[in-house]
Design a protein around this ligand. Structure first.
Ligand SMILES: Nc1nc2c(ncn2[C@@H]2O[C@H](COP(=O)(O)OP(=O)(O)OP(=O)(O)O)[C@@H](O)[C@H]2O)c(=O)[nH]1
Ligand SMILES: [Zn+2]
Length: 215
């Protein structure tokens, strides 16, 4: 796996390892040359004015879109595990995500909803979004992101239950291939009480229901 250090980060190595706007400036090594070839392969002239800087822009954009490869769960969320303050369900909903499908390298995007029931530990709220980004910013399938987010929360918090629900729109199904503009895909991972107790699952589903696709 590519590491952040391979991104020619230079003096920025001292900055916190969170994904930030600075990551956008880091080119994936070697990608600009490949992008030049790609442009030629599709019949473009990589030297025409509008495309001259495109290989570098693409290499930077992909540095951002795949920044998750250079991060660990500890980097993303390890600093904000605290002693529990209660044992009621916590729901962080409407976390937008953007990812790239591993089959076509085209975007899919949507919203993630994450809930857990604490055991002895709780997590800083922003870290749920950081965990979603950590696993979205790679080549992915939606099911795997969903499972990885649930696994990560279990690993960090050992909670009584975890629920992750993701709704995604896949451009590989809209702008090419089957060309279905209105379909969306929902994936879920239910663990512990969310799997075993129908009332807990129902409480979560009703909390996130209104937010599902209506756009
Ligand atoms: N399960 C799953 N499938 C996905 C995801 N993203 C894209 N796909 C699917 O991956 C499949 C790849 O199918 P293939 O038949 O190998 O590729 P293809 O000929 O380009 O397929 P079409 O998209 O049907 O034209 C397609 O059905 C995509 O819709 C995802 O996140 N999860
Ligand atoms: Zn695809």
């Amino acid at each position: 796996m590519r590491q952040t250090a391979g991104h020619e980060k230079g003096s920025e190595l001292t900055t916190p390892p969170n994904i930030s706007a600075a990551d956008e400036q880091i080119e994936v090594p070697g990608l600009s040359g490949l992008t030049r070839d790609w442009l030629s392969a599709i019949g473009e002239d990589p030297d025409r004015e509008g495309l001259q800087r495109t290989p570098h822009r693409v290499a930077k954009a992909w540095g951002f879109l795949t920044a998750g490869y250079g991060q660990t769960l500890e980097d993303a969320a390890g600093s904000a595990v605290f002693a529990a303050e209660g044992s009621e369900m916590v729901i962080v909903k409407d976390i937008e995500f953007y990812s790239m499908c591993e089959h076509h390298m085209l975007p899919f995007y949507g919203r993630a909803h994450v809930a857990y029931i604490p055991g002895d530990k709780i997590l800083g709220l922003s870290k749920f979004a950081r965990i979603v980004d950590l696993y979205s910013r790679r080549l992915q399938v939606q099911e795997r992101i969903t499972t990885q987010v649930a696994d990560a929360i279990e690993e960090l918090l050992e909670p009584k239950g975890v629920a992750v629900l993701m709704e995604g729109i896949h451009l590989c199904m809209a702008m090419r291939g089957v060309q279905k503009q209105n379909s969306s895909t929902t994936t879920s991972a239910m663990r512990g009480l969310f799997r075993n107790d129908p009332r807990t699952r129902a409480e979560f589903m009703s909390a996130v229901q209104g937010t599902l696709r209506n756009r």
